[in-house]
Every structure is written in structure tokens, then in C-alpha cells.
Design a protein around this ligand. Sequence first.
Ligand code: NAD
Length: 480
Amino acid sequence: MRDQLFIDGRWTAGSGGTLPVYDPSTGQEIHRVAAAGPDDVDAAVAAARTAFPSWARTPSAERARLLDAIAAALGDRAEELARLSSRINGKPLAEARVDLEDAAGTYAYYAGLARALDAQQDAPVPLANPGFEARLRREPAGVAALITPWNFPLVTSAWKLAPALAAGCTVVLKPSEFTAPLDLELGAIAEAVGLPAGVLNILPGSGEAVGAPLCAHPGVAKISFTGSNAVGERVMETAAHGTKRVALELGGKSAILVFADADLDHAADLVVSGLFTNAGQMCSATGRLLVERSAYRPLLDRLVARARALKVGPGLDPATEMGPLTTAAQHRKVLSVIERAKADGATLVTGGGIPQGRGEGWFVEPTIFTDVRLDSALWREEVFGPVLAVHPFEDEAEAVRLANDSDFGLVGTVISGDDARAERVAEALEVGVAWIDCPQMVFVEASWGGYRRSGIGRELGPWGLAAFQEIKHVVRPKRG
Ligand code: NAD
């Protein structure tokens, strides 16, 4: 595992001490990685600023070539990096392999968009006034600070870094302090493919020591943040000083709606994958299950059986279907959410504790609650763990009203045998992504992001690229 910062194309020890890296399946420290200090933040931003003019002017086809090379390098190293991800994040290896495919696919997709960029520059803009002409340019926003969480390490960074590089931005990436060795491998890949020095800088470190000063740095033009609401709102306040561009991908408390005419075995599979994947540590976790009353008991029975059958264990064990939580703090938090839900009067149907024989590490049982009060923390707040809250509804209108009654609006899933109804409900959900009758399929061509407190802006697709661009119109009297 790497243990140094990556600044201006060089590996360096850093001035912020070191950070522990843990194996979440044992709770043991397995590595230490250098942490950045204030001087490193200054050095990384300076390197990115120096590299910016040349990178911004690099033909977009050349930027595309380098992005393709990053995609290929991730593909070549996919198995090794998936194993590292599983080891330090805790997720089952099969899920980590999917993450690597997603990350490589994201770099390849933005290579495609980058390749077309130069030809699209200076597109004429039709004006009603016959005396003038205007043309449109899309220019890189400048130095971008990218701040990511630990739940999908190489994926969240790819969703930011690939479009940032495609647009012509230079970057300072601050990965989560819990999974930094994984994102540091991007530095090695950048070196291997010949990305110019200073275009990508990587600073492991805590939020307070590195994230906050990076966001406040006057040399940073754009902040793209994925993480919790508490921190995201602080980032937005910081961005206000200097009117920095800011994109926020924050939390969720998403609903999955099951109508009685659905195939309930299929519905149970989708509920399980929508919550217990990555041990529920997904911003898109559908932690609120709304079930039509007549299907309530049969679906609940299926879910309890599936939750009890899930094999919980270390991510690298091929038999594992759900791994541990990634951090000790998250483990404490999820167990306290469970206690609070009980105190709030919810009925614990299954799970609720540490699985038998898994006292080491940060495991929690797949957990299901019913009789959940609609004003309780369990119904309204993000858990970020494998805890499902189930509630019945009487009809379509009530289902939609309950689903939308949330501070968040990231995703939603609707499962019904009546396609017209599923379409109606998907349209009515106030969310960034609505899935009909399918698992949480995320496509790089489609957008990611949410309504309300789930964030500001959209990642992926052309929207992800636009987030790193400034729009300029050149206007002049009409020529000849
Ligand atoms: P977090 O907010 O604690 O940390 C996220 C990142 O911000 C980390 O790199 C952290 O070091 C950094 N940070 C902390 N304090 C900072 C500060 N003051 N200034 C700048 N940076 C700071 O979140 P987490 O616990 O790592 O991740 C879990 C959260 O992320 C959940 O709320 C989840 O919903 C959210 N998330 C959202 C999406 C999405 O696409 N909407 C995706 C994944 C995770």
C-alpha cells in the first residue's frame, strides 16, 4: 500500500503526520499513510495552478488519449485494486470488482466527451439582432478541489476526476482519510500514463486539516464534494467566500415502493440489494420501504428470511454477501441508531446487533424494523448502514405522498405489475434518479444527484462535464 502524498508529479512524505488504515473485518490497524499539512495544501494548489494554463490549452484529443490510458490502466489493475478496496473498505470482493468496472468506464466515457470538445468550440449562437454574431465557448473552470468519502472510493473520485480532466481543469484530490491508499494509486497511474506533473495532486488527510483549508484556498476555483450533509453545508459556507463554484453530492433517505401486484420474490430481491449492498453505506440506500397493505405481510416474511440468510463476513471471503461497516465510528453510529429506533417505539423484526461470531471488526446484522413512527429519526434521517424501516400504504396517492415527505430526494424505486402505474409513480417521485422494477442501475451517460438536501448539481453524463466548465460567449458586430 502506498504511504505518501502525490504533489506536482512527485511522491512526498507530507507535513501532517500519519493516518492509520484499518481492516474493518478485524478492527486492526494494518498500515499508516502520510497526512498532508497546510504547507502541502499550498504546494498542491500551487502545482495545480502552474499546470493549469498548459493543460487547459492541451488539445482535447490529447486529454482524451490520457483519460483512455487511465481507463486501460484501471482495467489492467482491476483485480489487484478490487482486492485492496475490499480489504480497507470491507465490501465483498464481487462489489469491489463492479466498482472498478464503473471507475474505468467513467474515464473511458469522459475520454469520449473530451475528444469531441475542440470541434464543438465556437459554435455559432443564433441571434435575433442581424447586426451581431455570437459564438459559444466552454472553458475549464480552473483548479478543482475534489473531496470524496469512503464508501465507493475509486468510483466517487472517477465521477469527479474524469470530467474535471476532460474539461481541462487541474485537480487537487482529497480522498477520505479511511481509504486513501486506494485513491493514491491514481497517482501511480497518472505517472504511468504520463499525465503532466501538477495536473493531478492527491492529499490524504483529515477533513479539518486538509479538506477545510483546501476549500478555503484562494487558488481553488471549483469545489466538488461528496459526503455528509453536515460537512457539505460547511463546504458551501466556505465556498461563499470567494464565490467559488460548488457541487455537492450529499445524503439520502430514499424510498422503495412495492405495490401488491408486483412479483414479491423479485421485489424482495430489489429491496435487499437496494439496502444491504455495501452494508447499507450508500447515499442511494433505499432505507424506507413502503408496501401496499395487502402485500405487507408476505413481503415482510420474504425479507426477514433473506436478511437472516445473508452471509455476513470479511469482504475478501468469497462466501461473504455483506461485509462490515468501514469505520469504527460508523459502527458505533449504526448501533446507536438501532437503540434509538427501539426507544422510539419501532418493532425490531430481525437483526439489531452484532452477528454471532463477528465480535471483532465492525459488523452489524442486517436489520429490519416495522411500526416506525413517521416523525422518528429512523424514518427521516440517513443511517448509512444495513437498517430497513418498513411502512404500509393504502393507495398510490398515499405511497407517493409518503415517499416525497423527506428532507432528501436522491433516488427512488417503484415496483409494480402495472406498468402505467409504475411510470406515473416514477414521474411523481421528487428524486434525481427513479428506478422502475430494476436494481440500482447507474449509467455513466445518465445523471447522478438529487433534489433538496441531497445536494446541488449533477454528476455523470454531459452534466458532470459542464460542472467543470465556464460558459463564454464571444459577441461582435457581424462580419461581411
Ligand atoms: P464526510 O462528510 O464525513 O466526509 C467526506 C469527505 O469530506 C472526507 O474526505 C472528509 O475528510 C472530508 N471533510 C470532513 N470535514 C471537512 C471539512 N470541514 N471541509 C472539507 N472537507 C471535509 O462523509 P463520509 O462519512 O466520508 O461519507 C458518508 C456520507 O457521504 C453520507 O452522508 C453519504 O450519503 C454521502 N455520500 C453521498 C453520495 C452522493 O452521491 N450523493 C455518494 C457517497 C456518499
